[in-house]
Design a protein around this ligand. Structure first.
Ligand code: PMP
Length: 316
């Protein structure tokens, strides 16, 4: 499936045509996975396009960069601006935004010192990650045979390119075996997360999700759902969970920028609950989509409106 192109990509402060946004084959990132990135959604609202939790995404990008000792030559404010400008310059209403910070072209020594830190931001139309029916009907998943990285191997808090080799193994295995997605366990055998999404379990009316020390990425949608669930009056807990809890749970759902709030209706071919999308998952979906689509007041200040035109300084 090819991606839908937009017109321009922001590269190191300049807009370049989509087809010209290239890197040298000896760029460090290509050889050793030395990149950190974000995935952000912009939603069409009645007030125009709005980016969901932009500040938190760019803050996480800064944390990821710091963990890998990458000195980003742009401030977080400038990268936020670049995201807004990239949506505006491409005339997009609803899109996915991909900022990437990477070690560029200088040498391919494993010691990354001396490589330039390059930054790009692309924005392009993107549909539903797990298919059009996933949000309404739910998905069937398996427990992957690959574990998430142990905490003293690759830092899970960093959203780094290299981490997604593990995600690819999980995803390839799931799809080859006929599932939409795989859930990974951590190296102790406890539930961690999906290949690109966090996981929630509903058990007797309570929501539970694995804590940071189960090798998860601290998802921004996860944080959103934790807050919305509390506001809806649910009891919410972070809890270390054994695999078999998924087999006896009332409801299970994924959260993430790509999957938004996607019900999981079967795990390892066992139905979750009665195999239908459950009421708690639906309530969380309604609260989430109400906010991101601007249908209810943005009481948390989570939406950043995209200006109609690009700041003069960003025009190339
Ligand atoms: N875990 C992994 C491994 C991911 O790639 C993602 C997607 N960024 C998430 C969780 C969900 O994070 P977020 O809600 O911030 O998109």
């Amino acid at each position: 499936m090819a991606m839908t192109k937009s017109e321009k990509i922001w590269m190191n402060g300049q807009f370049v045509p989509w087809d010209d946004a290239k890197v040298h084959v000896l760029s460090h990132v290509l050889h050793y996975g030395s990149s950190v990135f974000e995935g952000i959604r912009c939603y069409a609202t009645k007030q125009g396009p709005a980016i969901f939790r932009l500040g938190e995404h760019i803050e996480r990008l800064a944390y990821s960069s710091k963990i890998y000792r990458m000195k980003v030559p742009f401030s977080s404010e400038q990268i936020e601006r670049a995201c807004l400008d990239t949506v505006a310059v491409n005339g997009l209403q609803e899109c996915y935004i991909r900022p990437l910070v990477y070690r560029g072209y200088a040498h391919v020594g494993v010691n990354p010192v001396g490589t330039p830190i390059d930054v790009m931001v692309a924005a392009y139309p993107w549909g539903k990650y797990l298919g059009d029916d996933a949000l309404t009907k739910g998905v069937s998943v398996k427990i992957g045979t690959w574990a998430r990285m142990a905490p003293n191997t690759l830092p899970a808090m960093a959203k780094a390119g290299g981490n997604y080799l593990n995600s690819q193994l999980l995803k390839l295995e799931a799809v080859e075996d006929g599932y939409a997605e795989a859930i990974a366990l951590d190296t102790n055998g406890y539930i961690s997360e999906g290949s690109g999404e966090n996981l929630f379990v509903v058990m007797k009316g309570e929501l539970v999700t694995p804590p940071m020390h189960n090798s998860i990425l601290a998802g921004i949608t996860r944080d959103t759902v934790l807050r919305l669930a509390r506001e809806l009056g649910y009891s919410v807990r972070e809890m270390v969970m054994p695999r078999e809890l998924l087999y006896v749970a009332d409801e299970v759902f994924f959260t993430g920028t790509a999957v938004e709030v996607t019900p999981v209706t079967a795990v390892d071919r066992l139905p979750v609950g009665n195999g239908e999308v459950g009421p708690v998952t639906r309530a969380i979906q309604n609260a989430f989509f109400g906010i991101v689509k601007g249908e209810v007041p943005d009481r948390h200040g989570w939406l950043t409106r995209v200006p109609r035109s690009v700041a003069a300084s960003a025009k190339a």
